[in-house]
Design a protein around this ligand. Structure first.
Ligand code: ZN
Length: 239
């Protein structure tokens, strides 16, 4: 489909960066079990129209972690207010440290370095971890499991998550890996703190290297399914 836009002076439009990975049954998942299957229910040739039934793990692909994921009383995917789904995006680049240490947890020092270079993280932001893992999505290096099955990929530290919540008023955390917590985390402490605090998470985010550290607006196209603990979403950055 060719999208034609009018001239900029007719209606100025931002540049759009797609932060969403394409999803298929081969998309890497937390437990290694395929998170998506498409069941063909109708075909144009025989039925006059095409239709699939989706068998879908809510936490597959580029997806939302709603507060309900870790808090039975927390907001479900349908209840997150729309104003919280359009927000400033701050991207913290820890690719150098993550390349040396796949278990790296974004820490207070990383936040200080980032804010020293790019200014304070604005209130009400989504704070994204750019570890470089987004480029590994096609292979086993994304889960990066060792012989014992323990995964090794970067995430946020609990100290950094607390600071972002309490001192910066962040609304969301985003990662280009499978989890807000590092892959080898024994206790998923960031999930257990962040989601029950009423904030949400975004995992398996793509293309964070294509947006500036500050200034983009993130649009979170979360599925509005009642009772859902999360769900695939289309993430668009407006630059
Ligand atoms: Zn999730």
């Amino acid at each position: 489909m060719e999208i034609r836009r009018g001239k900029a002076q007719d209606h100025p439009m931002p540049r759009v960066v797609d932060l969403t990975h394409s999803m298929s049954p081969a998309f890497p998942t937390w437990d290694g079990v395929p998170g998506l299957a498409l069941e063909r229910r109708a075909e144009v040739a025989t039925d006059g129209y095409g239709l699939h039934l989706w068998h879908l793990d809510e936490h597959t692909g580029t997806h939302l972690d709603a507060p309900r994921h870790y808090d039975p009383q927390g907001l479900d995917a349908a209840s997150i207010p729309p104003e919280a789904l359009v927000l400033p995006l701050a991207v913290i680049d820890v690719r150098a440290r993550a390349a040396r240490d796949p278990d790296h947890a974004l820490d207070i020092a990383d936040l200080a370095t980032d804010e020293g270079a790019h200014g304070a993280i604005p209130p009400g932001a989504c704070v994204a971890l750019l570890s470089g893992w987004g480029t590994r999505i096609e292979g086993p290096g994304f889960r990066n499991a060792d012989a014992a099955g323990v995964m090794h990929f970067p995430g946020f530290s609990l100290d950094a998550a607390r600071l972002l919540a309490e001192a910066r008023g962040a609304l969301a955390l985003a990662v280009d890996t499978l989890s807000l917590d590092p892959g080898a985390s024994p206790d998923l402490a960031v999930h257990r703190f962040w989601l029950p605090s009423g904030r949400y998470g975004l995992e398996c985010v793509a293309n964070l290297d294509l947006v500036p550290p500050r200034g983009a607006t993130l649009v979170v196209g979360a599925s509005k399914i009642v009772g859902a603990t999360g769900g695939p979403c289309r993430l668009l950055a407006l630059v």
